[in-house]
Ligand binder design. Structure first.
Ligand code: ZN
Length: 248
């Protein structure tokens, strides 16, 4: 099971009053878990930001849901800066059995085509990267690594155990695994050290050779210094590195 948002977010801009409908699948999803008396409590964070196309005001919004005990929605909360929710967001529990057969070949093929055309669009005008959904951004990153010779698997949303893409490479019969986490953030929203630290935890836990954090934004100085101290275990790829890789 997982927690998810029941509806798209409907937000009214505080400055000009324009109403924006935010696709719930465009939100960034992170999960955190805490040990409690009746087992783990899992926090789901749904975050996003966009600029009002009418008055250029920035809207940022986040919805939190807490699963505790397992399988139950304990409570949810939400906040919005720069605007207001027209209707309160609702978090709900979704039960599912992820079925890998759903990845039929033609489906994979269409994802690859979309990723390729998104790469073209972004190379054409870099700003287009901010119009991608989080999932499209992951697919684009996966395609970039594939072009570099990796076998890539995109993990199911929110079931990802802390990474979005698993990329493997086989060198002389030895296989090399890297875990890739993608953060599609707005230009001004830098990726902080906390995310790098938690990715290092995932890398250690999964015994991967390396973890890579890719963002459409840039990293804070703390994040870069922390990554530098990890002796090649973590690589940070910011928007400029990513554009360079896309051009290859
Ligand atoms: Zn506005």
């Amino acid at each position: 099971m997982e927690l998810c948002l029941r509806n798209d977010l409907v937000i009214q801009c505080n400055i000009c009053g324009k109403v924006h409908v935010i696709d719930k699948d465009s939100l960034d999803v992170n999960t955190y878990s805490y040990e409690r008396q009746m087992g783990a409590e899992v926090e789901y964070d749904f975050d996003g930001e966009c600029q009002c196309d009418n008055c250029r005001n920035w809207l940022s919004y986040s919805v939190r849901g807490y699963e505790y005990p397992v399988g139950c929605l304990n409570y949810d909360s939400y906040e919005c800066r720069g605007g207001q929710f027209v209707q309160p967001p609702t978090v709900e529990v979704r039960y599912f059995e992820f079925d890998y057969d759903a990845y039929e070949e033609d489906y994979i093929y269409s994802e690859v085509c979309t990723a390729r055309s998104n790469i073209e669009r972004v190379l054409d005008n870099n700003k287009n990267i901010y119009n991608l959904t989080s999932r499209e951004f992951e697919e684009l990153v996966a395609e970039v690594f594939k072009k570099q010779g990796f076998n890539v698997t995109i993990t199911p949303a929110t079931r990802d155990g802390g990474c979005d893409i698993i990329a493997t490479h086989s060198v002389g019969g030895l296989s090399y695994m890297i875990l890739i986490e993608c953060k599609k953030y707005g230009k001004k929203h830098k990726v902080g050290v906390e995310l790098v630290r938690s990715l290092l935890g995932v890398q250690t836990d999964r015994k991967a050779n390396k973890a890579v954090l890719v963002t459409s934004s840039t990293f804070t100085r703390d994040a870069k210094e922390f990554a530098d101290r990890q002796n090649q275990l973590i690589t940070l790829i910011d928007i400029n590195d990513l554009l360079r890789m896309m051009r290859c």
